[in-house]
Design a protein around this ligand. Structure first.
Ligand SMILES: [Zn+2]
Length: 276
């Protein structure tokens, strides 16, 4: 069902931060500047996974328990922004003169690969009520631009495309790793939902399990194909276009609409018009 990506993904320049975390620079330029050294005196990373997964015995869902996240950087003043480029390598997460798009491992991750070695598997389902597993996986931060003020919506088309290609690169790279079952690229935007840094950025989570919502979507898409012999998402798009009442924007390439069974007071889905 999934078609290979027709476009060649950008290859990032890879470097390392002072505590050994990986940082990747993606660029639109054929000759991007080389990453600089991180001179900060950072505490070394924990040698075991600092978080844990707990299985909810009622639903079978895995829940991430991450107490260390309470200590993350909280609304720093603008001149202390950890996502702005810093050529001195002293005060930010991004030691560079400038950058287009940058991705690095989260310093306060909910999921990490520490100590799990080369293979990881979740415990089998059992009648045990309290099942715990290490918080294996990976959490990355992706900065959409080196400009501190702004938003994804204000990016140029070329810059937005680079962010999307970066998401595609990270999804393919992380899914290829042992024990990773799902990669989720997302942006929580606004203080109301708990964002603590103003700089335009998003998150990438590589989970060691398939989330319940994704499992449900895949099951429904499979059932629809088996019973109707067609693609569920193409059918939804065709039905929305034919109905027309919930369409907000329709262009040559995409359609934005309020879904039939919206779960939020303001909810919009954006579909490509072609099968992807
Ligand atoms: Zn900034």
């Amino acid at each position: 069902m999934t078609q290979p990506l027709a476009r060649r993904l950008p290859e990032p320049q890879r470097s390392e931060l002072a505590d050994g975390r990986e940082i990747l620079f993606f660029s639109n330029s054929a000759t991007p500047p080389a990453p600089l050294a991180d001179h900060r005196d950072l505490p070394s990373r924990p040698t075991s996974t600092p978080t844990e997964l707990r299985r909810d015995p009622r639903t079978g869902d895995w829940v991430i328990i991450a107490p260390a996240r309470q200590e993350r950087t909280y609304k720093p003043p603008r001149q202390m922004c950890p996502l702005c480029p810093d050529p001195s390598g002293q005060s930010s997460e991004v030691p560079a003169e400038d950058y287009d798009v940058v991705v690095f491992e989260n310093r306060f991750p909910s999921l990490s690969t520490a100590h799990a070695g080369s293979s990881f598997a979740l415990p089998e389902a059992s009648t045990e009520l309290e099942v715990v597993a290490p918080g294996y996986g990976r959490c990355e931060v992706v900065c959409f631009t080196s400009e501190h003020d702004g938003s994804f919506a204000q990016l140029s088309p070329a810059q937005a495309r680079l962010v999307i290609d970066t998401w595609a690169h990270r999804a393919a790279d992380l899914l290829a790793r042992d024990g990773v079952e799902e990669v989720f690229c997302f942006e929580n935007r606004g203080e109301e939902i708990g964002v603590t840094l103003a700089h335009p950025h998003g998150q990438i989570y590589a989970y060691p399990f398939r989330t319940d919502r994704t499992s449900a979507l895949l099951a429904e898409a499979g059932r629809y194909r088996a019973e109707a012999g067609a693609d569920l998402f193409e059918a939804i798009l065709a039905a929305e276009v034919s109905d027309g009442r919930r369409i907000l924007v329709r262009t040559e390439h995409t359609t934005a609409f309020v879904p039939f069974a919206a779960r939020w007071p303001a909810e919009v889905h954006i579909y490509p018009n072609r099968h992807v």
